[in-house]
Design a protein around this ligand. Structure first.
Ligand SMILES: C[S@@+](CC[C@H](N)C(=O)[O-])C[C@H]1O[C@@H](n2cnc3c(N)ncnc32)[C@H](O)[C@@H]1O
Length: 387
């Protein structure tokens, strides 16, 4: 009980601390004991403390209504509310004029979010708000910004609306075809690329520090989005070249993102479809690629489709090449947030997988599992080679 009270007190103080926090939480990999303790602590604060301290009926009300919070965050992200406020204070009337929205409605949404510790009302000034420690994460410029993730939810809510039906029928082929258009607009695709870059920030330090890229000369990032992973790997390993492979529109977005990158001469941008074919030669050196990398790709797909992708990877690989798959770790005691990732995959027809499930995919695709590396981040690396 004492621990619970101290935790709650610290939590409240943190929420009301009005300094805007710009520390990059994920730039360093914590030592294992710290990482394990943090995971344990998060689980303890999120589930054990509420379980024993909040009456279950209230907790169930909160759980049931938690989409009010999520949906309101997405709405204020859409209308750039935190960015308009910035480091000053602003009335909802001023924000409403900039965005062409209703000031009173916005005020009610912000007053609701304030009860969750997000945004702070300025005393004695009607409907005037400041960013606080939580809402500052909705600033586009924040190094760990969740703004793009919040905007991405505007698509995911629509998909999640189908979860009761999916529990009954599973994901059908016609549903899968229908949802693939959800990301079809330029805005949705560009926001998704930015969202994935911010997700990558959480794990990139652990990838470059806990996997040794030294033996490899050339790496292809399959479905590499706008190149967040390749950028960091090439920066850390100056003798490597890289191939960014994604659908042509995303590769165009990536070229724009990279126009300022000083490693530009070591990267090739290749647009294509991983169900059709995957490059086997590095366009810069014209030598076989020796490291095939895929992060958060297979989890989007059914087993049947994942095997089709892996067969394409296998046919591109030379016998000495290595495949590294980075996906959420479902390992006991690992990052609790990974269950969120799996639940999202239920509505798009994919899934997070454990080592045994990867092994089955590999056997069906001419690959064999070599080892698994659990990272000090939400991800695990599954390393495979040609059979
Ligand atoms: C979940 S994102 C992962 C992005 C990146 N690997 C990361 O972890 O940040 C999936 C990526 O696969 C790409 N993709 C989807 N279908 C593809 C296809 N048929 N061929 C190539 N890339 C594809 C998407 O454009 C997107 O960038």
């Amino acid at each position: 009980m004492l621990i619970a009270l101290v935790t709650l007190a610290v939590h409240r103080i943190q929420l009301h601390n009005e300094s805007i926090d710009q520390i990059d939480l994920f730039s360093r990999v914590p030592p294992w004991p710290v990482y394990t303790a943090l995971n344990w602590w998060t689980q303890f604060v999120e589930s054990t403390i509420p379980y024993y301290t909040i009456p279950p009926v209230i907790q169930m009300f909160k759980n049931n209504l938690s989409y009010h919070v999520s949906r309101s965050i997405a709405a204020v992200a859409k209308y750039n509310v935190a960015d308009h406020i910035g480091h000053e204070e602003m009335s909802t009337q001023q924000i409403a004029e900039k965005e062409g929205i209703d000031a009173d409605m916005l005020c009610r949404v912000l007053k609701f979010l304030e009860t969750k510790g997000i945004f702070a009302q300025v005393p004695q000034k009607k409907c005037t708000f400041r960013n606080n420690r939580m809402s500052s994460y909705l600033l586009e410029s924040h190094v760990n910004s969740v703004k793009f993730m919040a905007k991405e939810q505007l698509i995911e809510y629509k998909l999640f609306d189908n979860i009761d039906e999916i529990i009954r029928t599973g994901v059908t082929e016609s549903y899968r075809t229908a949802i693939s258009s959800a990301w079809g607009t330029d805005d949705a695709r560009i926001n998704f690329g930015k969202f994935m870059s911010k997700v990558t920030v959480m794990s990139i330090a652990s990838i470059v520090e806990e996997f040794d890229f030294t033996p490899y000369k050339s790496m292809i990032d399959i479905g590499g989005s706008v190149g967040q992973v390749l950028s960091r790997v090439l920066e850390r390993y100056p003798n490597m070249t890289g191939v960014l492979f994604d659908i042509p529109q995303v590769v165009q977005d990536a070229k724009q993102e990279w126009s300022q990158d000083h490693n530009l001469e070591r990267i090739s941008f290749v647009g294509g479809d991983f169900f059709e074919s995957i490059p086997s030669l590095d366009p810069i050196t014209m030598k076989p690629i020796d490291l095939y990398f895929m992060k958060m790709i297979l989890h989007d797909w059914s087993d049947q489709d994942a095997i089709k992708i892996l067969k394409q990877v296998r046919s591109a690989m030379s016998i000495n090449a290595t495949l590294v798959i980075a996906e959420a770790s479902l390992h006991e005691g690992h990052h609790v947030g990974n269950r969120h990732s799996d639940i999202v995959m239920t509505v798009i027809g994919g899934k997070e997988r454990d080592t045994e499930q990867f092994n089955e995919l590999f056997s069906a695709s001419g690959l064999k599992l070599e080892r698994v590396i659990h990272l000090r981040s939400p991800l695990m690396l599954t390393v495979a080679r040609p059979m």
